[in-house]
Write a protein that binds this ligand. Structure first.
Ligand code: ATP
Ligand code: MG
Length: 354
């Protein structure tokens, strides 16, 4: 038997509820698999609760604790008790950047029978947002109080960092991914008319790389036009590659178009596999519904499917997605999708269809 050693980081708010749901489903996948697999889970109770006790979101040696695991399964971070930028940088971004998870892959899958705000059913739509996950607008460069002139005159600077190597590696990742998909289409997104240094470099690297992938159809789009295109011409999109901030915004838009933020899955990958990769739903801690037992677990469950693929278990990942589709088709939907099912009801329906 192959036992995968998974670090479980539930985090804050609905994070704990959806990763518990995902864990239950993944254990059932292992039990019913043709491959002889199992999961060993180690829980790390890091997040805003840990912060209240220790004054930090995770221990100083937290990355060393995560390093030996085969993968990390993460919930969400954020609470009213800790400023959002402190909690995000103290846990999620610390893991992503500390473990070189430079590719954030966020598929947007439309499920059967799930109402969407679009005029189409979504049946012909299937996107993957590939997000640069190590630099760009999230480089963490800048500072406060730079004017030296006291209250009312503060100046703050936030710098984006774009390196040729960073652009090239995320774009090659996206080109290779586009190549494996039926439509073989890749759209690069920037705001390079206004961001005239880093994003112009991004455009130049994209233009150079296109020659290496003649089998992939490409185009470039400004992020404002892209927001409109997502809504008005959704079928024109397949794989989308964008910088850290732009891709974050577009993937929330994409998942809302599929019906709910609660549906979206993501993988934070170290494609060179020197460190464990991390799998998490795109949504945050959702404090407005935390503790009510109604959080949509599909984003977390589908993140589990991405984790199965990363571990080499493609057949089980496909089987899990079919079970999620079947549960949705049977009308077992949480309130964010207009249904009345609880988190536990969705888990039960997915287990039934496994
Ligand atoms: P973050 O800053 O961590 O990205 P956010 O500000 O984007 O968080 P979320 O916590 O993702 O906010 O919540 C945004 C909205 O989406 C809330 O109304 C929340 O209830 C809803 N939502 C998020 N996740 C889910 C879920 N799993 N099921 C149902 N609704 C959800
Ligand atoms: Mg968000």
């Amino acid at each position: 038997m192959t036992t995968y050693d998974i670090a479980l980081v539930p985090g804050d708010g609905v994070g704990g509820e959806v990763v518990a749901a995902g864990r239950e489903v993944l254990d059932a996948v292992a039990r019913t698999s043709d491959a002889d697999i199992g999961f060993a889970w180690t829980t790390y109770d890091w997040g805003s609760g840990y912060f209240a006790e220790h004054g930090r979101m995770m221990p100083e040696d937290g990355l060393d604790l995560l390093a030996p695991h085969d993968a990390i399964y993460f919930g969400a971070v954020g609470s009213a008790q800790v400023p959002d930028h402190v909690s995000l940088w103290g846990l999620r971004l610390r893991i992503c950047q500390g473990l070189d998870q430079w590719a954030n892959v966020r598929p947007v899958r439309f499920l059967p029978n799930v109402p969407t705000p679009l005029r189409t059913t979504g049946a012909d739509l299937d996107w993957v947002v590939v997000r640069e996950n190590s630099e760009g607008e999230y480089a963490g460069l800048g500072g406060r109080n730079l004017s030296g002139r006291g209250p009312g005159n503060e100046v703050a600077v936030q710098t984006s960092l774009f390196t040729e190597k960073g652009c090239e590696r995320i774009m090659r990742y996206a080109f290779e991914l586009a190549r494996t998909r039926p439509r073989r289409r890749l759209t690069s997104v920037t705001k390079s008319n206004a961001q005239q240094y880093g994003m112009v470099l991004w455009d130049e690297v994209f233009t150079r790389l296109r020659a290496d992938y003649p089998d992939v159809e490409t185009d470039s789009c400004l992020v404002d036009a892209m927001a409109a295109r997502f809504v008005l011409r959704p079928a024109s999109l397949d794989v989308i590659v964008a910088s850290n901030l732009n891709a974050d915004i577009l993937s929330d838009l994409g998942s809302a178009m599929a019906g709910s933020l609660g549906l979206a899955a993501s993988a934070n990958l170290d494609p060179e596999r020197r460190h464990p990769s991390m799998f998490e739903p795109v949504h945050g801690s959702a404090p407005d519904i935390a503790g009510l037992g109604v959080a949509n677990p599909v984003g977390a469950i589908e993140s589990g499917a991405l984790m199965l693929e990363h571990l080499g278990q493609d057949a089980d990942a496909a089987r899990l997605r079919r079970a999620v589709d079947a549960a949705a088709a049977a009308g077992v939907l949480t309130p964010d999708l207009g249904g009345t099912a609880s988190t536990a009801d969705v888990v039960r329906a997915v287990l039934d269809h496994l």
